[in-house]
Write a protein that binds this ligand. Structure first.
Ligand SMILES: [Zn+2]
Length: 269
C-alpha cells in the first residue's frame, strides 16, 4: 500500500523519500522510448505505457517510482525511422546503471526496470553489469508476462498494433486517432517458422526475434509504421491487459518484499 503523498521520486522532497524508503526499499524504473507508433498513436506511446503501468503498480505495492525515462534504446532496425529518437546502446546501458547506482545511495536496495519497448539489447546488459556490482535488479517488458494474450487479444503483440493501441485507448485516448488506424506489417529475413515474434510464446525450433538481425530497416520496410492489427484495438481490451500486467508485476514485487524485508539485500554478491 502507498504511504507517501505522491507516486514519483521527482514529486517528493529528500526527507519524504528518506521516510518512504523505511517502508519499502524497492524502486521501479519505468522506461519507454520515443518511437513512431503509426498514423494513429503518439510517438511517446511506449513511454506513456510504462508510466501508466508503473503508476498503477506503485499504488498497489508502495514501490517507489524513479523518474520516467522517456528515451530508450532501439533495436538496430528502428534507426533512421522518422519519429524515432534512439539512444545509442552504450548511452542507454550507462544511464540505466547510473540511475540504479544513484538510487542505492538513498537507501533503495531492490530494483525493477519496467520496459514498454523492445530494448532487450540494453536492459539485459545493464542488469548483468549491475549484478557484478551486487545490485538486485529485475527487468521485463510488460508483454513478457502476457505472451500470446489469447484470452484478450486475437493477435500477439508486436508494434502499434492491437495490443499497444488498446493500451493507448485505455490510458491516453486523447492522443489516439482511431480513424487513422490501419493493419500492416513486414516480413522477417528468415522464415517465420524459425522466429517467434516479440509477443508470441516461442515454439520448439524457434529463436526469439531479438536474437538475430531478423528484420530489414523499418524506414525501408514499413510505410505505415504499424506491425499488426491496429484496427482490432479497443478500450476494453486495453483495460484487461493493463489489469493483468499490473497484477502480475505487483505479485512479483510483493513476493520480493516478503522474501527480502526492508533493509535486506538479496545475496547477489
Ligand atoms: Zn510500442
Amino acid at each position: 500500500m502507498l504511504k507517501r503523498k505522491y507516486l514519483w521520486w521527482d514529486q517528493l522532497s529528500k526527507d519524504e523519500i528518506l521516510e518512504d524508503v523505511k517502508a519499502c526499499d524497492i524502486a521501479i524504473l519505468p522506461i519507454g522510448a520515443i518511437e513512431q507508433h503509426g498514423p494513429h498513436c503518439p510517438c511517446g506511446s511506449d513511454a506513456y505505457n510504462a508510466k501508466g503501468l508503473a503508476e498503477r503498480i506503485a499504488e498497489k505495492t508502495g514501490a517507489m517510482l524513479l523518474p520516467l525515462m522517456q528515451y530508450g534504446a532501439h533495436p538496430y532496425h528502428h534507426w533512421y525511422m522518422p519519429g524515432n529518437l534512439p539512444l545509442s546502446y552504450e548511452t542507454h546501458i550507462g544511464v540505466l546503471c547510473d540511475i540504479i547506482r544513484a538510487a542505492s545511495f538513498t537507501g533503495y536496495k531492490k530494483f525493477f526496470i519496467l520496459s514498454a519497448h523492445g530494448q532487450l539489447s540494453t536492459t539485459m546488459i545493464a542488469v548483468h553489469k549491475l549484478g557484478l556490482e551486487g545490485f538486485f535488479t529485475l527487468s521485463c517488458h510488460w508483454y513478457d508476462l502476457l505472451r500470446d494474450n489469447q484470452t484478450v487479444l486475437s493477435t500477439p503483440m508486436v508494434h502499434a498494433d492491437e495490443a499497444e493501441t488498446s493500451l493507448a485507448l485505455y490510458m491516453y485516448p486523447e492522443y489516439v486517432d482511431m480513424s487513422k488506424a490501419i493493419d500492416d506489417g513486414g516480413e522477417p529475413l528468415v522464415s517465420r517458422e524459425f522466429v517467434s515474434l516479440p509477443g508470441m510464446s516461442p515454439k520448439p525450433g524457434q529463436m526469439f526475434y531479438f536474437e538475430g538481425t531478423m528484420a530489414r530497416p523499418e524506414y525501408k520496410e514499413l510505410e505505415s509504421g504499424v506491425i499488426g492489427w491496429a484496427t482490432r484495438a479497443t478500450t476494453e481490451k486495453g483495460e484487461k491487459i493493463v489489469t493483468a500486467t499490473v497484477d502480475y508485476i505487483s505479485k512479483i514485487i510483493e513476493d520480493i518484499k516478503e522474501r527480502y524485508p526492508v533493509g535486506v539485500v538479496p545475496p547477489v554478491k
